[in-house]
Design a protein around this ligand. Structure first.
Ligand SMILES: [Fe+2]
Ligand SMILES: [Fe+2]
Length: 184
C-alpha cells in the first residue's frame, strides 16, 4: 500500500493493526483490566468519602462522580465486548494505594472539619489524575491499534474524569481551603 508521507499518522498507519501487534494489544487489554478493577474498587470506596465529607458541595460532587463511576464500569464492559473478551478485572495496586491513603487521611482528621474536606479533595484529585493518565494513555494506544470504537468510549470517560478533577479544584479554591485555613 502506498501512503503519502505527510506525517507520522500516515507513515505508521499500515503497521499498527492489532493482528500485527499482539504483544501491544495484550498490554492494552491489561490496562483495561487494571482500570476495570480500579473503577469497581472506586464504586465501593467513594461512598466512604461521601459520608466522611462535610461541605454539601463536596458531598454532592463526589456523589455525582460516584454515579459517573458506575457508568465507567459499564463502559469498560462495553470495551471488553468490542475486544471480544470477557470482563475480567486485574488488581490495580496503584488504586488500592490511593484509596488507602484517602482512608488514612479521614482517620487522621477530625470529623466535621474543613481540614478533613481539604484532605478528601487532595486524595480524590490524586485518584482522578491516576484515571486521567490511564484513560489518556489507553485512548492514544487504542487509536494506534486502530480500535476507533474503543477509543471513542475511553474518550467519554476521560472527559468526565477531567471534569471531576476541575470541579474538585473549584470547590477547594472557592471556599473549603479558606475555611480550613481559619481552623485551629
Ligand atoms: Fe472513573
Ligand atoms: Fe474518577
Amino acid at each position: 500500500m502506498k501512503t503519502k508521507d505527510t506525517g507520522s499518522d500516515a507513515k505508521f498507519a499500515s503497521k499498527t493493526t492489532t493482528e500485527k501487534s499482539p504483544a501491544l494489544k495484550e498490554l492494552f487489554k491489561d490496562g483495561i483490566a487494571d482500570l476495570y478493577w480500579a473503577e469497581n474498587h472506586l464504586v465501593k470506596s467513594l461512598p466512604k468519602m461521601i459520608s466522611a465529607a462535610t461541605a454539601p458541595e463536596l458531598k454532592d460532587a463526589i456523589t455525582a462522580h460516584l454515579e459517573e463511576t458506575k457508568g465507567h464500569v459499564k463502559r469498560l464492559e462495553d470495551v471488553f465486548g468490542l475486544l471480544g473478551e470477557k470482563a475480567i478485572a486485574k488488581k490495580c495496586d496503584a488504586m488500592e494505594g490511593l484509596t488507602k491513603e484517602a482512608e488514612g487521611i479521614v482517620e487522621e482528621t477530625e470529623p466535621g472539619t474543613a481540614t478533613r474536606d481539604v484532605g478528601i479533595i487532595l486524595a480524590s484529585q490524586k485518584v482522578e489524575h491516576y484515571e486521567i493518565a490511564s484513560y489518556g494513555g489507553l485512548y492514544q494506544l487504542a487509536i494506534t491499534l486502530g480500535l476507533t470504537d474503543v477509543a471513542e468510549i475511553l474518550e467519554q470517560t476521560l472527559s468526565e474524569e477531567k471534569m471531576a478533577d476541575t470541579k474538585l479544584t473549584d470547590i477547594a479554591g472557592n471556599e473549603i481551603n479558606y475555611k480550613a485555613a481559619e481552623e485551629a
